[in-house]
Design a protein around this ligand. Sequence first.
Ligand code: ATP
Ligand code: MG
Length: 685
Amino acid sequence: APPTIQQRLAGLNPRQREAVAHIDGPCLVLAGAGSGKTSVITTKIAYLVQVCGMSARRIAAVTFTNKAAREMKERVGSMLKGREGHGLTVSTFHTLGLNIIRRELKALGYRPGFSLFDPEDAKALLRDLMHKDAQVDADQINAVQHRISDWKNDLVLPGQALSHAADEDELFAARVYEAYNRHLKAYNAVDFDDLILLPVVLLRDDPEALARWRKRIHYMLVDEYQDTNVSQYQLVKLLMGERKTFTVVGDDDQSIYAWRGARPENLVTLGEDFPRLNVIKLEQNYRSTGTILRAANTLIGHNPHVYEKTLWSEMGEGAPIRVVVNRHEEAEAERVASEILTRRIKERAEWRDFAVLYRGNFQARLLELKLQHYQIPYKLSGGTSFFSRNEIKDAMAYLRLLINPADDNAFLRIVNVPRREVGPGTLEKLANYATERGIALFAACHELGLAEQLPTRAVERLGRFTHFIDGVRRRMDGGDAIAAIRDMLREMDYEAWLYQNASAPTIAERRMANVWTLIDQLERSMQADPEESSVTEETETDDVESAISRLVLRDILEQQAEEDDSDRVQLLTMHASKGLEFPHVYLMGLEEELLPHRNAIEAGTVEEERRLAYVGITRARRTLTLTLARQRKAYGELMDCAPSRFLDELPEADLEWEGRTDREDPEKKQARGQDAIAGLRSLLG
Ligand code: ATP
Ligand code: MG
């Protein structure tokens, strides 16, 4: 039988137990990696339900990534029995925000069936808006998009941005921000940052809405608190209000999202905002060997600290940390792949026990080739995602248009997919017509006035398309929405279109299978699903609209295929590895300009890079291998790389170097460079 809550409590250390049992006021657990912070959260949820008798639907636990939320759900699920967990919210901040928006559409001034713009959609809208005023390039659009995102994360609304603009550039960005928000509203759409911003503004300004949500959520738990931004913190603060019943856990040394608005100072602010805050520190690490832990502590010791922490472990010294120097990046990838192949047998490990972490996704490409060469199964997180496949984007655009005909980006993506002979000239005139009248493209197709501006044939083609979509929408409203969607795909013969456009029939086949997988997923997420349970489900069964918005949200959040638990080597960025642990970890590319990243060196933000390295190192339970290359192709050229400064900051005695040559014969070095170039050339074909 699974352990009872009493047994689970007995398995915790006294400080962890204190954190679990402290329920009368705000509680902060501040502790280093692997000290059991997430374990405190999961046990505490079970404690609240099974010991305090709190209804699970009154509890909301939030974390940072979908992967982490899924893991937490699993851990809690194994502790709660039967219906005990019913209505429990375990989600990311963004999913919580989405649920609030869905329930508060009216108060927010949105209509049902709103769209969620992913960053690409948002960029397309910004491009349109910015082109109106001037010729702008992609960098300018990116800069404005970034600026707007920062404003939203800091709770700055367009009016404030306009009045506080410091210079011409800011003023320009603020004007675009204002227009951008106005257009989003007209499209009945929200963007990613709105998922937090809108709920915060609503709860701040609407006492009735605030009362509704405070009645709903009585206890909140937040994991990875160091990475919350201003608006996320406000959301917690507003929801918990007078009740002040929350537990947040975090580690300032693992704050790695400053570039996305995270404010590690939120840890300090918390103490100021809640003077009765009970701060609990955990010092025992249950994850890593003494050697790995010492390396992590020594490295992070080079950063200034808000809170001093010392971590110790009873896991034994373990193996030394290996540092493997390779001639070039291809040799590095080759080395990692071939080692995993042999070590799996030597260590009697499984594929999934190995994780390879790197700074940027591009580093995975060579490694993938090598793993494929050795036929090693692997799973790449955050690389080319399921949702970034063209066929999935098409299908998603159909779904989005079905729930929100005002979604112009979706309209434009699929009006000619499959081919309907709607030419660019027609679309341009249609767009002008719609813009002049301030209506959506789809709506404009229905207008009689359009016939005066377009040839009859063009109007007919558009009409056939909108008629088709309207028909599907009617069938969806009338009953089985999923069946209507499946029929739609068959009727328009999307499959034939895929066959026309694929270089091989097997490719088309796989693409069509992907589309059906998507629809299956949609169907599954609509069926009352206790796993996806959320505070909103107590009065509402799920409809196709919210199921579709959740799909769009998942698409944005995780950018990856359905999780599969099969036995594979894990490849992921250090950012994505937060909160996870693996027996054997490889950290690749420990070179200056890569880790720490060149941009960080230039911007003077090496401390954040050091925290990133700390996160990477502390994922390892038993062995840690650091790899680097002497030469690497960067910006189209083969460059010499220097070992990362972080290597010098690790305890020398714990490192076992391999392939380091302190002073090299210059001639040999050159020959080696030539080799590397030849090797890379042959690799790149
Ligand atoms: P991170 O900062 O990386 O997110 P964390 O502080 O959240 O780490 P956990 O993931 O909760 O740490 O725990 C690390 C490991 O230690 C897990 O494998 C967990 O099961 C184990 N663990 C936690 N507490 C205890 C304990 N009291 N006794 C034994 N093992 C424990
Ligand atoms: Mg954790």
